[in-house]
Design a protein around this ligand. Sequence first.
Ligand code: PBG
Length: 350
Amino acid sequence: MTLFERQTPPTLIGNKSLAQRPRRLRTSPALRGMLRETEINARDFIYPLFIRHGSQQRLPVRSMPGIFQLSVDQAVQEAEEAARLQIPAVILFGIPETKDPIGLENFASNGIIQQAVRAIKGAVPEMIVVTDVCLCEYTDHGHCGVLNLDGEHFHPNLPEGYVLNDETLEILAKVALSHAESGADIIAPSGMMDGGVAALRAALDSGGFENTPILAYAVKYASAFYGPFREAAQGAPRSGDRKTHQMDPANANEALREAALDAAEGADMLMVKPALAYLDIIWRVKQAHPELPLAAYNVSGEYAQIKAAAQNGWIDEEKVTLETLTAIKRAGADLIITYHALEAARWLAK
Ligand code: PBG
């Protein structure tokens, strides 16, 4: 053998000694199925429902095809359908009859959410009913809390219109207690107020609801992906934004601080929201708090994008949806709040 021949690298074509061939494990559907690391299931889903007053009402949400504002009787039917599809939980958002500066219907015993919780628990007792606790859908100004305005509670050192933290907590505590009294199974504070979990834990405990879990919207960004939701829930702020309480999308370390605080305050489960542009945050929060179940909120803007592209025939809706939900779970979410829940559950059951 000449020196030249020995230095010629062996060609890979026809080489029988290639030790690493990852494709070996992808040769058949059975192998791929056996080795799949992440599997989504209807039991991972929490289905959001928007509830309005009236009866026999199903008002389509323009920017969220397939999603409706439902009267209580219709919401019950939707919950029954979710139960048939093995979806364990719904999360409720209410559209009140009238709005005012602090949102009185939010903690009224005959408020829209209170009625809906009683009706759903009455008709489908096994359905886990989660209630979102915030002020934005109930206030006439559309903000998530009590505003710093002229009057007896004015804080001269804070800007006019600032969302007051501690005053808001007092109202949120009443809302949480009222939801629990109506039969809500899980309370989910979404307002990103400091000390929110501690305040709600204390209120629930003092009302005899020490066994009612709190699902904390621990890490919630000031995101433009909530656009369609604000149409669906009619809760857009009249002016301004939510940047003094919701997080800056540029921040990740701060997410760990928020998650740690909520865990320390007694949150039973954590949430990251939105999901898709924040898969890294889901991953980090799960790594930091493996002891707590983690939910991710696949928000309205994420849903609207898939629906719009699918309606144009630009993507395969079923495949893109299931791939998206799988990615959210792979990133570390144990539970996914998603508007796709019913359709995805049907596809998964095929
Ligand atoms: C606040 C709340 C919002 C969403 C859930 N809870 C809106 C907001 O914070 O502005 C958004 C959910 C979505 O976009 O699907 N009550």
